[in-house]
Design a protein around this ligand. Sequence first.
Ligand SMILES: Cc1ncc(COP(=O)(O)O)c(C=O)c1O
Length: 487
Amino acid sequence: MGSRQLLSKIATNERHGENSPYFDGWKAYDRNPFHPTKNPEGVIQMGLAENQLSFDLIVDWIKKHPEASICNAEGVNMFKDIAIFQDYHGLPEFRQAIAKFMGKVRGDRVKFDPSRIVMGGGATGANELIMFCLADPGDAFLVPSPYYPAFDRDLGWRTGVQIIPVDCNSSNNFKITKAALEAAYDKAQESNINVKGLLLANPSNPLGTTLDKETLKSLVSFINQKNIHLVCDEIYAATVFSSPEFASVAEVIEEMDCNRDLIHIVYSLSKDMGLPGFRVGIVYSYNDDVVSCGRKMSSFGLVSSQTQYLLSSMLSDDEFVENFLAESSRRLGKRHGNFTSELEQVGINCLKGNGGLFVWMDLRHLLREKTYEGEMELWRMIINDVKLNVSPGSSFHCVEPGWFRVCFANVDDETVEVAMRRIRAFVLEGNDRSSSANATTKSNKRWQRNLRLSFNSRRFEEGFGSPSVRMSPHSPIPHSPLVRART
Ligand SMILES: Cc1ncc(COP(=O)(O)O)c(C=O)c1O
């Protein structure tokens, strides 16, 4: 009786991933969030892949179209119809609008069929839904690394599916090679693991790069030859701001022979439109059985009918959509360009990227030792001294220590400027250190100080949750660090 487990195995296993040191940075931010006037020494949040650069365009549209909302005088006549709508097929006009929007995001080079749109609760829900449709507990999906940390939770926690990383590294700018894919596949076979598919995030989180058409074609050939599934998470499709332009798997399969029953796209409006709170996720499958089963399963993660209603109107406005997509990508490109060139001026390079809401920053030269411990030490220094929350490569399962993901679209220009000032000071201080005669002593002192700081931060974690700890009003922490950290 005493040993009887009260909760389920899923509830009590650790596959939600929230115990990772990755979240310490979030806690540091929440304890001491930056504010330009109220807390100018606080931690700047650069670990959040949010797109906040184009909200004004959406707000303008909403003001001009009061009838698209059901909670005001202009739209309330639709309130009852929308409030009671709960069909898991979704509003037909919503499916049409989303299908059209997905086409526009891909430059109208490809058309999407509204009858294949299946709703999920964000891409999080959509990714889990597609796993439930394609794999059994114990089965595996190959995922190129570095990869989005919450894939461990989304693909595997409740489904029991395992991820097999396909290791990519800087020797070829983190490109996925056929050899690495074959090696991961063969290793799984040798261990009697049933590989059901390959999942790609294209554009990549955390790399901010897109797959070129040739690579994408070779990946489609690979899965076709092995007769396994290909899931393309294209959540960052419209964040691409420079060439090469984004090539979707939807285009690639038009140009080659392949079994379309194996191809599935996951999409969401969380990044491209900056609406993660709306929880609009989509599975678009070319496989009729997946569409049919996925639709039934979507009952567990529908998009609210109120959201569907608003978006059906907004996304069917061609003029708005075309302008929004062009302007959003222009603003992202500008922010990215300024940020990376300022980093370059202080000797910090980033992987050359053309999309996403982040850069993949190379700090290998600042590591005291080229190990994960070295990476964590540097990371603590960045959080505690520089007071920036960036994400260490190890949390993305990167095989090379020293890479960090820095998000650039969730803060305003002034905050980026403060962040840059801090980075500059940190790097220049480091240069002084190494050029001075007693560099060793100084840097030892610095390291001792940092170790002390990380010790302090650990102590803080232990006391975390105590009422004396000051939290930001928007803190996700009392609920779950992963709620926002997963982005
Ligand atoms: C590659 C990738 N997939 C899925 C998600 C989850 O997105 P959503 O907010 O739509 O659930 C994210 C969020 O950061 C992501 O980066």
